[in-house]
Ligand binder design. Structure first.
Ligand code: ADP
Ligand code: ADP
Length: 229
């Protein structure tokens, strides 16, 4: 479930300046496709269009064959989980932040998701900056820990579609590798759209699409694209 198709998608925020100029690709259900390209190429725009934050001017975007215009905003949000570049946390406990992924989850479900993401030991603490009324200090989370909160939230939400938007790009190399392997686990058997600057961070994609100036410049496997380089 969760097959994504972009068919000859044309989109601009401003009619004078086209951003996507006829972009077509498929992410078969359960597969991972990465969109790679320089800043400003239109990569994040693709994920916003999937959420239907904006309507396209021409072409079609479908999920499991259904046009996103015919899917309610609520169903779209339920179907798509996102791990962004910088996870912004709510002013509340880590457990609360994880539960945001699925408000009906039991405490046990939240704990299990946190353990899978390897943050089970501190889910009752508060992020730094949100000291409690009794004067307790919040915990300063590293970039990697914040990404683990986002990962736990996504594990709990268990959406058919996952968007990883530069999810490791703000991390140092060691942390990047750790988070990358956690993300590989979460994206297994889930339709996944990876958005990245660098080819090196998307080794596990079934297909890589190189986007330049709103058009697909190249596509292929990681090995094929490296060879072409
Ligand atoms: P990428 O993710 O590849 O860096 P984006 O999809 O964020 O690229 O942006 C593509 C282009 O669209 C950029 O030139 C950017 O300035 C422009 N853009 C992005 N968001 C908006 C917006 N809300 N309104 C107008 N232009 C935008
Ligand atoms: P949704 O809320 O339906 O998951 P959004 O596009 O609004 O989709 O959010 C993208 C990601 O950021 C999701 O993982 C969501 O849980 C998280 N998020 C959204 N708003 C906030 C917020 N104010 N603080 C922390 N995380 C948020």
């Amino acid at each position: 479930k969760g097959a994504i198709a972009f068919k000859d998608v044309h989109f601009s925020y401003d009619p004078e300046r086209p951003i996507l100029k006829g972009v077509s690709f498929d992410v078969p259900a359960g597969k991972t496709v990465a969109i790679v390209g320089p800043s400003g190429a239109g990569k994040s725009t693709i994920s916003r269009l999937l959420y239907r934050f904006y309507d396209i001017q021409d072409g079609a975007i479908t999920i499991d064959g259904q046009d996103v215009r015919d899917i309610t905003q609520q169903s779209l949000r339920a179907a798509i989980g996102m791990v962004p570049q910088d996870t912004v946390l709510f002013n509340d406990t880590i457990a609360y932040n994880i539960r945001y992924g699925r408000p009906s989850a039991t405490d046990e479900d939240v704990q299990t998701a946190a353990e899978v993401a390897q943050i089970g030991h501190f889910i009752h603490t508060l992020p730094e900056g949100f000291a409690t009324k009794v004067g307790e200090r919040g915990l300063k989370l590293s970039g990697g820990e914040k990404q683990r909160v986002a990962i736990a939230r996504t594990i709990l939400k268990a959406p058919p579609i996952l968007i990883l938007d530069e999810a490791t790009s703000a991390l140092d190399t060691t942390t990047e590798h750790e988070i990358q392997s956690a993300l590989d686990t979460v994206s297994k058997n889930r339709t996944t759209l990876v958005i990245a600057h660098r080819l090196s961070t998307v080794i596990h994609a079934d297909e890589i699409i190189v986007l330049r100036d709103g058009q697909i410049a190249e596509r292929g496997t990681h090995a094929a694209l490296l060879e072409a380089d």
